[in-house]
Design a protein around this ligand. Structure first.
Ligand code: FES
Length: 255
C-alpha cells in the first residue's frame, strides 16, 4: 500500500490516490479508512471519495497538526498503516429525488455517492461549495452523474450560501432526502432547514482512534443515546444528532 499520487486541489485541500487493491475491491460510498504514514503519527480517518480496481482516492482538508503532516507524504511512500474499508456503506437503492451537498473536501464524496445513486435510478441534485467557483474540483465528473449540478460561490452576502441554496430548492420541489458532506456548522444549519420538510443524513467526520468501536473517541449523542460514528455511521440521521455536543467534542479533540 503506497501513495500513487498526491495533489493539492485548493489551498488546504489535498487528494491522495493510494494503491490498495484489497480495500479498493470492497470500497463503497460511505466507507472511510484510517491512515497512518509513520510510526509516530496518529491514525487519521478519511472518507473514500472514489475507488477503481486497485486504488482508492481520498480527499482531506489539512486543518490541524496531524492532517498537515499528511500533506508532506510523497509519491511511492508506503503507508505505515491503512485500515479499511471501515464504517457502514450507504444503502444504494431508489429513493427518488436526492440532494447531495458537498462543502470543501466533501465535494469528493458527492461524486462517489452521485455515481452510485444515479445508477440506482435516483434523480440527483448536487450542490457544491465552500471554495471559490473557479477552483471547485471534479466539476466535470459530478456534472456527468447528476441531473442538476450547482456550484454555490462562498463569496456572498448570505451567511451560509449552500444552506440558502438547499432551502430555495426545498421550497420549490419535493425532495426525498438530503445527504450532506460538510462542516458540522453547515450540517447543523441544514438539519434545521430540512427538519419538517424531508429526511437529512449527515456524514460525520468525528475524531477516531481505532475505527472499530472500541475506543469511544467518535461518540455522538443521537436522540439522547450514544452512538459511535465508526460503527453506527459515519452517516447518521441529522435530525437526531445533538449538534451542540458534537461541536463541543470536536473542539476538544481536533484532528
Ligand atoms: Fe473508536 Fe469509533 S473510533 S469507537
Amino acid at each position: 500500500m503506497s501513495i500513487l499520487k498526491k495533489q493539492k486541489l485548493y489551498e488546504d485541500i489535498y487528494l491522495l490516490q493510494i494503491k490498495a487493491p484489497e480495500i479498493a475491491k470492497k470500497a463503497l460510498p460511505g466507507h472511510f479508512v484510517l491512515l497512518q504514514m509513520d510510526e509516530n503519527s496518529p491514525r487519521i480517518p478519511i472518507p473514500i471519495a472514489d475507488a477503481d480496481k486497485t486504488s482508492i482516492t481520498l480527499i482531506f482538508k489539512a486543518r490541524g497538526k496531524t492532517t498537515e503532516a499528511l500533506t508532506q507524504c510523497r509519491k511511492d511512500q508506503p503507508c505505515y498503516v491503512l485500515l479499511g474499508p471501515l464504517g457502514n456503506p450507504r444503502e444504494i437503492k431508489e429513493y427518488g429525488k436526492v440532494i447531495l451537498v458537498g462543502e470543501g473536501p466533501g465535494i469528493g464524496q458527492v461524486y462517489f455517492y452521485a455515481k452510485a445513486l444515479k445508477n440506482a435510478g435516483n434523480k440527483i441534485i448536487s450542490l457544491v461549495g465552500g471554495i471559490p467557483k473557479k477552483q471547485v474540483f471534479w466539476s466535470d465528473r459530478i456534472e456527468k452523474v447528476s441531473d442538476k449540478y450547482f456550484i454555490i460561490d462562498p463569496q456572498s452576502d448570505l451567511p451560509s450560501p449552500l444552506a440558502h441554496a438547499v432551502e430555495q430548492i426545498l421550497r420549490k420541489i419535493k425532495i426525498d432526502q438530503v445527504i450532506s458532506f460538510a462542516s458540522p456548522n453547515l450540517m447543523r444549519s441544514l438539519s434545521q432547514i430540512t427538519k419538517l420538510r424531508t429526511k437529512h443524513y449527515a456524514y460525520l467526520t468525528a475524531t477516531m482512534l481505532d475505527g472499530i468501536g472500541m475506543c469511544g473517541s467518535c461518540r455522538v449523542v443521537c436522540d439522547n443515546e450514544h452512538k459511535l460514528c465508526c460503527i453506527d455511521g459515519p452517516e447518521l440521521d441529522a435530525h437526531t444528532i445533538d449538534w451542540d455536543a458534537y461541536l463541543h467534542r470536536l473542539a476538544e479533540y481536533p484532528s
